[in-house]
Design a protein around this ligand. Structure first.
Ligand code: FES
Length: 130
């Protein structure tokens, strides 16, 4: 099977040092479908250790610790599938204060917004349907 690169454009911002956010593009070759969270983890572990993301949670679509915006929709990164050749734009979850890159402050905001911040639904297998 042919490895096709996925183009991943990630919004970067550090509230302690940056005056404005910027986008950084990464290309990752994948043979088969992969989750956004695994791609972000690969970028962090093998390409760019400065990328901040939340590496905690259930990894099976229950806890929403991996919530982030994928192509403008707040989804669970551990269940959002990316296909070989696809282009995706990753941004911190909408409606939450940004701490750094893809990490947001769920603290008080989560009490305020709860799970309404999700723009996705999951089918019975836990796959994202939109
Ligand atoms: S890590 Fe729990 S829903 Fe994604």
């Amino acid at each position: 099977m042919e490895n096709k690169p996925v183009t991943i454009k990630i919004k970067r911002f550090n509230r302690n040092t940056d005056t404005a956010p910027s986008y950084q593009e990464y290309k990752v070759k994948i043979e088969d479908d992969e989750t956004v969270l695994n791609l972000v983890k690969h970028i962090h572990d093998s390409v760019d250790r400065t990328l901040a993301y939340r590496n905690v949670g259930c990894y099976i679509g229950f806890c929403t610790a991996c919530l982030m915006s994928v192509n403008g929709k707040n989804v669970r990164a551990c269940t959002r599938i990316v296909k070989p050749g696809e282009e995706v734009v990753l941004e911190p979850a909408k409606k939450y204060p940004v701490v750094r890159d893809l990490v947001v402050d769920f603290g008080v905001s989560r009490e305020q917004f709860g799970f309404e911040a999700l723009d996705e639904t999951l089918d019975r297998r836990g796959d994202t349907t939109n």
